[in-house]
Design a protein around this ligand. Structure first.
Ligand code: O2Y
Ligand code: MN
Length: 596
């Protein structure tokens, strides 16, 4: 097992508090995985899909109250409130631990406590970090096995070293003889997804779903890792990583930060529409970037799988994802067909006449209800992706030439612009975001929710300090070694609310310009907001797009940008004294350039 005394002590202390019936150390083997899956099928917690349609695949249905990350129950409990900043929920760590210890007391009665040693990043890579998750959910175990490297090999590499302790309970103890439900969890007001950044510890209680429960992902690889990255001089980011190859065989690596649900998974594995170009995936959600000896930033994907949104995934939007999820995949909250396959809205073909919906009820097409939950997920091994880059597990990581940032902006922000330099790129990252469309926040419809580097829900410390950390990265190397930063916007609309850019595989046309710019090529004009491609610099061969639409995509409206400046100034107020001075200078300089 292990001789790591700190780990043994912690497991025994947590077991004393949670009082599980049994403790099981996961070895990560195939046999163990099948055993857990079969047990869950036998207990009615999971459904094995038809092996002729979806070999090695299982369907789970969550409780309707436990279907997504819960930002309002996610806490950053730093010692000082100021260190968490205005965009995180803060509770004093002593008070929070007291509260949670009461909930944890006896919370695993009638259940097994699984010990999951896991590595974020390839096992043994100097860029990787180890965590140990304790959980009473076998669903979490089988998902963690896909999303991270887990088991005995990790314990061997850990030795007596440091690990991030991650405690998780679904918060549903079982009394003697009590029948279990199919997705036990605690009520919303008892859910806590808590981070203790100084201690590098995670405590999660009450939810079994996704980012709340698979603690290697958002909790460790972003919230805790962002604090480690700040202290150790690197970047833990909410970014995809892709490899792009030109027709001559030259390769470059690009990362991209986009807010949740902006198509990172699709972009990371897209099939280019321009002949001879190739895109291969390295990661679809998280990038850890550290300096190599040559002064360049190298990225690893700390994850081993994709936890993607099923609805909307189709042969049109993402054929490579559709192939990836054809086997050995865990589906959560999608609909079940009568022949043991899955279906969801936006899968690209009509629903059959009968389905069982995500809540286990009969469903027919004219019911007027969704058959799958909008946040239904697939958990699938990255290694199965037909376009996974061969070096996706290289322990050194891959050298990054360009960083993309972006969001959903139907107006104002052009298809692409490039920063003048690193500091200007950080400014662009600080102002990115999406226009608000959701009816639940209807007062804000049309306003921009700024989400710096897509990290607002995932940064484990003050966002003002985070932006300063990005600015400080420049001082660690020569500026010509740093990636170039580009702001992309696939979501521009015309006055009739029609998309101006086709998106999907045609986004490769924009990536081609990025590739060229990082090679000292690609025509550009200097504008007040950055460098923009000339009209003929974007390859539109074979694309049916009017010149006026292209002009709209590649131009800026100064009046709209002056309004944007006002909205940025307003947004910046929330950082108070922590707004980096450099960003104050950048907004003044942008305003001046717009007036010149
Ligand atoms: O709802 C959840 O628990 C999952 S959220 C998620 C999953 C995969 C990748 N990104 C995200 C996100 O919210 O950014
Ligand atoms: Mn994400």
């Amino acid at each position: 097992m292990t001789t790591n005394q700190k780990l043994l002590n912690w497991v025994s202390e947590m077991a004393d508090m949670c009082e599980p019936d049994k403790i099981y150390w996961c070895n990560g083997s195939e046999e163990e995985n099948h055993r857990f899956l079969n047990e869950m099928v036998e207990k009615g917690l999971a459904i094995e899909l038809n092996p002729e349609k979806k070999p090695g695949c299982y369907l789970f249905r969550s409780d309707p109250s436990d279907v997504a990350r819960v930002e309002n129950r996610t806490f950053v409990a730093s010692k000082n409130e100021e260190d968490a900043g205005p965009t995180n929920n803060w509770i004093d760590p002593i008070e929070l631990k007291d509260k949670m210890k009461k909930l944890y007391k006896g919370c695993m009665k009638g259940r097994t406590m699984y010990v999951i040693p896991f590595s974020m990043g390839p096992i043994g890579s100097p860029a990787s970090k180890i965590g140990v998750e304790l959980t009473d959910s076998p669903y979490v175990v089988v998902n963690m096995r896909i999303m991270a490297r887990m088991g005995k090999e990790v314990l061997d590499v850990l030795g007596d070293g440091e690990f991030v302790p991650c405690l998780h309970s679904i918060g549903a103890p079982l009394a003697d003889g009590e029948k279990d439900s199919t997705w036990p969890c605690a009520p919303i007001e008892e859910k806590y997804i808590s981070h203790f950044p100084e201690e590098r510890t995670i405590w999660s209680y009450g939810s079994g779903y996704g980012g709340n429960a698979l603690l290697g992902k958002k909790c460790f690889a972003l919230r805790i890792a962002s604090v480690q990255a700040r202290d150790e001089g690197w970047l833990a980011e909410h970014m995809l990583i892709l490899r792009i190859t030109d027709p001559k065989g030259n390769k470059k690596y690009i990362t991209g930060a986009f807010p949740s649900a902006c198509g990172k998974t699709n972009l990371s594995m897209l099939i280019p529409t321009i002949p001879g170009w190739k895109i291969e995936a390295i990661g679809d959600d998280i990038a850890w970037m550290k300096f190599g000896e040559d002064g360049r930033l190298y990225a690893i994907n700390p994850e081993a799988g994709f936890f993607g949104v099923a609805p909307g995934t189709s042969l049109k939007s993402n054929p490579n994802a559709m192939t990836t999820i054809g086997k050995n995949t865990i589906y959560t909250n999608v609909a079940l067909t009568d022949d043991g396959d899955v279906w969801w809205e936006g899968i690209g073909y009509d629903a059959p006449n009968h389905l069982v919906d995500w809540q286990g009820n009969d469903w027919t097409p004219n019911d007027g209800r969704l058959a799958s939950h909008p946040n239904a997920r697939f958990t699938t091994p990255a290694a199965q992706c037909p376009v996974i880059a061969p070096e996706w597990e290289d322990p050194k990581g891959v050298p990054i030439s360009a960083i993309l940032i972006g969001g959903r902006r139907p107006h104002t922000v052009p298809l692409i612009h490039e920063s003048f330099d690193w500091a200007h790129g950080v400014f662009m990252g600080s102002i990115m975001g999406s226009e608000i469309t959701a009816a639940s926040i209807s007062n804000d419809i049309g306003k921009v929710r700024r989400d710096p580097f897509a990290m607002l829900p995932f940064c484990g410390y003050h966002m003002g300090d985070y932006l300063q950390h990005w600015l400080d990265i420049e001082k660690k190397t020569n500026s010509d070694k740093l990636p170039k930063i580009f702001y992309v916007n696939w979501f521009l609309k015309d006055e009739n609310n029609k998309w101006l850019w086709p998106g999907y595989g045609d986004n490769s046309r924009v990536l081609k310009w990025v590739f060229e710019r990082t090679s000292g090529e690609g025509d550009a004009v200097k504008t007040p907001i950055g460098y923009m491609p000339t009209l003929d610099a974007i390859d539109t061969d074979g694309l049916n797009i009017s010149e006026s639409d292209l002009k709209h995509l590649l131009s800026i409206d100064k009046d709209k940008w002056l309004k944007e400046v006002e909205s940025i100034k307003e947004d910046y107020k929330k950082y108070g004294d922590k707004l980096p001075k450099e960003l104050e200078k950048q907004i003044i300089a942008l305003e001046k350039r717009l007036h010149d």
